[in-house]
Every structure is written in C-alpha cells, then in structure tokens.
Design a protein around this ligand. Structure first.
Ligand SMILES: CC(C)(COP(=O)(O)OP(=O)(O)OC[C@H]1O[C@@H](n2cnc3c(N)ncnc32)[C@H](O)[C@@H]1OP(=O)(O)O)[C@@H](O)C(=O)NCCC(=O)NCCS
Length: 176
C-alpha cells in the first residue's frame, strides 16, 4: 500500500527535462551538497531523460499542486549484486523539511524496491555533525549503521553506510 501523501503533494515517477534544473536548485538550497555533488545530481536526471530506464536510476518526485518540486529521491539496483539496492539521493526543500515528505518518499522507494525483488536498501551518508539530522532520519526509518569508514570523504569526514533489510514479499514491518 502506498503511504498517504502529505497534504498538497503528489508523487510522480516519470522524469522530465525540467526536473534537472528544479532538482539542482533544491539540492543547492538544502546547503548539504557540495557543488560537484549538485552537478552529479543534475547529470543523473539529464542522463535519465536522454537514455531512459537503461541508466538504472529510478526517481520519485514530490510535486506541489503548482508543479514545483518539494522533494525527490533517486534509487536503483546495485550492479553485480543479487538484490541490494542503493538510495542515491534524497532531498526535501528546506522550507518543508520535518513535515513527513522525506519519510513518505523513502517508504515509497522501499515499497518499489521490495516489489522489484530488492531485499536490502543501502544508503551512504557523512559522519559530519551537519549530517546528524540526516542520520537521525535514517535511524528513525529503521536503518542501522552497517559500516563507518573513517576519513573516507576527507580527513575527519567518515562515510557512514546505513542498511535496511526488507522482507521478501514486500511487506515492510516498521515500529511506531
Ligand atoms: C534528510 C531529509 C531528506 C529528511 O526529510 P524530511 O522531510 O525533513 O523528514 P521527515 O519530516 O519525513 O522526517 C521523518 C522522520 O525522520 C526523523 N527526523 C527528521 N528530521 C530529523 C532531525 N533533524 N533530527 C532527528 N530526526 C529527524 C524524525 O524521526 C521524523 O519522524 P517524526 O516526524 O515522527 O519526528 C531532509 O531533511 C533533507 O533534505 N535534508 C538535507 C539533505 C540530506 O541530508 N539528504 C540526505 C543525504 S544522504
């Protein structure tokens, strides 16, 4: 069952050329992504517009009634694994963080991953203090820290790898 949408938002999984600019602006506005990361986030959309599903990237966009973007997520199967999937990006407009949009997008990604036969969702994040709310977000959604790679991104900036195991039939038990 698709989780209920936050008021005023609708979910879209088709990628449009205009999403590249909207996503770039949104990633930039969060203040969480370096310029190179923003550029890569944009490129993934441009590439998906050009090549379609062959890229291996799937997107979920949370659209406002006026068509503007409140948040989005990008995910896909991890190449050369049997059933591991990566959540590559998730971002919510800072003006609307904390009202359940991120959780809604994440749960819908998980539902679709499970329906496609995925049984683990992996997500990398940073160990920096700025990312404490992000880590709290994943933890509250049932993710656990699988590994912490010290100094991975830069001296003092660890990579923290979270994982959530999904049950095979697509039902995703969650406490609370
Ligand atoms: C991380 C992010 C996607 C979460 O989206 P969001 O819409 O703000 O989160 P939600 O409102 O859906 O929060 C869901 C749950 O996460 C937890 N959570 C959210 N913000 C939190 C915070 N600042 N501290 C601790 N837990 C937090 C809460 O438990 C919340 O549940 P609750 O509503 O019952 O309290 C969003 O804040 C964001 O875009 N952050 C900047 C970019 C980023 O860090 N992206 C991930 C890169 S790896």
């Amino acid at each position: 069952v698709t989780p209920a949408a936050p008021v005023g938002l609708s979910l879209r999984d088709t990628v449009r050329a205009a999403d590249a600019g909207s996503a770039e602006a949104l990633l930039h506005a969060t203040g969480f992504f370096r310029e190179e990361e923003v550029a890569i986030g944009r490129e993934l959309i441009d590439e998906t517009v050009a090549r379609g599903a062959a890229t291996g990237y799937s997107f979920l966009f949370a659209d406002r009634a006026d068509g503007s973007l409140a948040g989005y997520a990008c995910y896909g199967p991890v190449p050369l694994t049997e059933s591991s999937w990566d959540l590559y990006w998730i971002a919510v407009d800072p003006a609307e963080q904390g009202r359940g949009i991120g959780r809604w997008l994440l749960e819908e990604c998980e539902r679709r991953i499970a329906a496609a036969g995925g049984d683990q969702v992996w997500v990398d994040t940073s160990g920096r203090d700025q990312y404490a709310p992000t880590r709290g977000f994943y933890q509250s959604a049932g993710y656990t820290v699988a590994a912490r790679l010290a100094d991975f991104y830069a001296p003092g900036d660890a990579k923290v790898m979270f994982v959530r195991r999904l049950v095979p039939d697509g039902r995703i038990p969650r406490e609370g």
